[in-house]
Design a protein around this ligand. Structure first.
Ligand code: CA2
Length: 141
């Protein structure tokens, strides 16, 4: 099974800035744990701070991969273009947020992506990504 974890803007700073909100682990370290936990899954990772690059990646894998786990960062709350890209591809997408966006500022409560995704996992820290992988494993077995 082939899965992509797709992270959006500023998520390259995980573990480096604002540890009280986003934790102390870098995503690269966390991704390596995921790869060794799910050795039967072909896990890929891509991060970009650029909306168009995230859309290009969705197009690139969206007809061949079994699932995409996306944390679009702040684009979640602004990007109709990423929402449209999710609708345009065949691969199912799960939305993840590390923090509980519903317990934060009002502008974070709405996700343009949520209605285009099979589901959303929010507020469970980095464990949300792991749960996303588990979902695709259960779905494909
Ligand atoms: O909780 C999440 O996963 C978010 O997608 C994170 C985004 C935020 O804009 C969304 O509302 C919720 C922000 C990502 C910024 O990540 C940082 C990591 C470390 C230091 C600073 C920012």
């Amino acid at each position: 099974m082939k899965l992509l974890i797709l992270n959006g803007p500023n998520l390259n700073l995980l573990g480096v800035r604002e540890p009280e909100v986003y934790g102390r682990q870098t995503f690269q370290d966390y991704f390596e744990i995921l790869v060794s936990t799910f050795h039967n899954v072909d896990l890929h990772y891509f991060q970009s701070n650029h909306e168009g690059e995230l859309i290009d990646k969705i197009h690139e894998v969206g007809f061949s991969f079994d699932g995409i786990i996306i944390n679009a960062g702040a684009f979640t709350h602004s990007s109709v273009a990423i929402a449209d890209a999710i609708s345009a591809v065949k691969t199912p997408v799960v939305e993840v947020h590390i923090s509980n966006i519903h317990a934060r500022e009002a502008f974070r409560h709405h996700s343009y992506l949520a209605s285009r995704c099979v589901g959303s996992i929010v507020g469970l820290g980095l464990n949300g990504y792991r749960l996303g992988v588990e979902y695709f494993l259960l779905k494909n077995n």
